[in-house]
Design a protein around this ligand. Structure first.
Ligand code: AMP
Length: 126
């Protein structure tokens, strides 16, 4: 069930269509619980998206509604994708809702790597 305040899951969102094989992706890793693929508009030399296979709109929805096995499986997949970039470092980021600018309403984590990534946010707290 979606967390209160969030829209219900849209089964036609772009990541749901990738999971069903209706749209292509450049796959990095697939496990029982997660799919990782390259972002279509990369914002760093390495920009990978990791998504759970279940229908969750956001981080809040995923962590409230997914099984412990799905949650563990998802985060293990995130770590597995990150392993290749561990030596130099990488950044994980997940947008949730309007102020974060979430575009795709299927929970996902961005993994950025391949260069010094600069400050965490473009502007300060103001
Ligand atoms: P967010 O703003 O956190 O919801 O990020 C959504 C991300 O999905 C953006 O970085 C988009 O470039 C990316 N994206 C949208 N459509 C596709 C697609 N078909 N394949 C790969 N990445 C996509």
């Amino acid at each position: 069930m979606p967390v209160s305040g969030l829209p219900p899951y849209d089964p036609n969102n772009v990541f749901a269509r990738i999971l069903r094989g209706e749209l292509p992706c450049r796959k990095v890793l697939e496990t029982d619980h997660a799919l990782a693929f390259h972002d279509i508009h990369p914002q760093a030399p390495v920009h990978i998206l990791i998504i759970p296979k279940g229908p969750y709109v956001s981080a809040a929805d995923f962590h409230a509604s997914a099984s412990a096995e799905e949650i563990a499986g998802f985060w293990r997949a995130v770590a597995e994708v990150g392993r290749a970039y561990e030596a130099a470092g990488y950044r994980l980021l997940s947008n949730m809702g309007r102020d974060a600018g979430q575009e795709v309403p299927h929970f996902h984590v961005h993994l950025f790597a391949g260069r010094p990534l600069g400050p965490m946010l473009a502007r300060g707290a103001g």
